[in-house]
Design a protein around this ligand. Sequence first.
Ligand code: M6R
Length: 573
Amino acid sequence: MCGIIGLVSQNYFKSNDVIKMLKRLEYRGYDSFGIVTNSGLFEKKVGEVTSVTDNKCTQAIAHTRWATTGEVTKENAHPHSSCDGRIFIVHNGIINNYVELKEGLVAKGHIFRSETDSEVIAHFFEEELKTKPMPGAVERFFRVASGEFAVIIMIKGDSKLYAMKRGSPLSLGMLEDGNVISSDIYAFSGKTDKAVFFHEDEFAVVNEKGYEFYRFDGTSLEPVKKEITEVKWSSNEEGKKYDHYMIKEIYEQPEALERLYHSLKNGQKESAEKLKALMKSSKRIVFVASGTSYHATLLGVYFLNKSGVEAHTIIASEFRNFYLVDKDTLIIAVSQSGETMDVIEALHGMKARGAKIASLVNVPYSTIQRMSNVSVNIEAGQEICVAATKSFVNQVACLHYIASMFNGAEIADLPGDVRKVLSQENNIRDLAKSLVKSRDIYIIGRGFLYPVAREIALKLKEISYIHAEGMMGGELKHGTLALIEKGTPVIALINGRSEIVSNVMEVKARGGRIIAISNSGMAGELIRIDSDDEVSFSTAATVAGQLLTYYIAKEKNLPIDKPRNLSKTITVK
Ligand code: M6R
């Protein structure tokens, strides 16, 4: 993962202007960062993106890292430079054959300063540029490097920036007085609405007045004409009134749901109809997603099956083991970022087998959206906290809406039911305080509440650092019950007097502590849900779990928006 940026301008700009743009890419990684400018600043630091030494320049590249190869150290932070200190690179992705490339370069006398795969790129270009001009060196790089890369190269004394893409996303924004290259459009949103997206194996030469694009056809670079896309998408991190983005985003959910429903009935009506038509004409419907988005697809499958539509879901990182894909298969990718590498990989594989691709994404113009025959936006708005909250709720609502297009089911008042949970904040905060010391928490649900149990467990793990297991209530007695001791917290998701009640009894009989998220009058600690409608209950119960997680993490003083070891967008396999 990682976020990269390169800026070249007719006018002087400040190093910290680039840092501000880099900050917007921090959701891609925040282990360490660095910048180099054409007026001599070269600074790297471990930790989140913060300001750097003031420096006026007309050219700069910068990077924020999520460590893959090499520990989190200043040496491993980007930019990386060549031995002669002339060539600087920033890289997002992974060079799979870096060991082999490095060995060849070391044999030629190159000295490496980091443990990263990325540094090989700087030395590779230093070596190649000794004997050929830039296009030739790039051609050779495309030929010999395996893996995924979005790379920006800056060379001392050269007024141009060079950028290339294979696998990892890269876009170019046109500014009034220059150009900016970046992992995604967030970095320049608000500064320009004109963007050009790099396609696979493309290389660009960019200066302060313009740019040229080339495509590597397997042998050489051929010039390509690029389409300018008018991007209507703004970053909304400004105006933050809450302590953390997580709580801000939790509170935005009713509004985000209203926006989604409005859009599905108006602006996105046609796309939703198109998706329905594609689903109807397909022999097989298979969802593909990761993490929280996968949990949303479990609910999507449930709602579709109830509407009489057969659908399946496969977790993206295991998709290659799903063989029943042909030209009559519709793959529906569900992804907040639209950039998750596991999902993109799965889509490439399935496209090659002739499948049609649809998607539900939150980030417009994302790779997954651009790969799709039809795409619906979940309209959650920019989500900054690493934990997915409002995007999950909107994914579920959107999938339920699509299912209801098949059976005409009424849509309940989701925004209202979510607001009712939000109004229990004080009660939930008190409960959270009592759970701070827990080592393990179990969450049980049956039927449509099983995915919710999994989703709450994932939130607890990533944000409150408590081991949590979300499971089917009925499975408890088949093994996990052995772990229930006196006081072990078990969150039970109870919709009416369902079979889950007997699982609750099994826990109580062993001294376990039951916390019910329920609409039934069950005694004990309770977060109340005021609906028995399945989609309303599932989203409201999830919101209760989000609030509980948030307050446990807050009580523990954890880095809520940027939990350790994680990144919002997982662009590696
Ligand atoms: O952007 P995506 O929805 O494709 O991301 C998938 C997962 O990486 C993501 O949901 C992850 O599990 C979240 N951090 C969960 O809160």
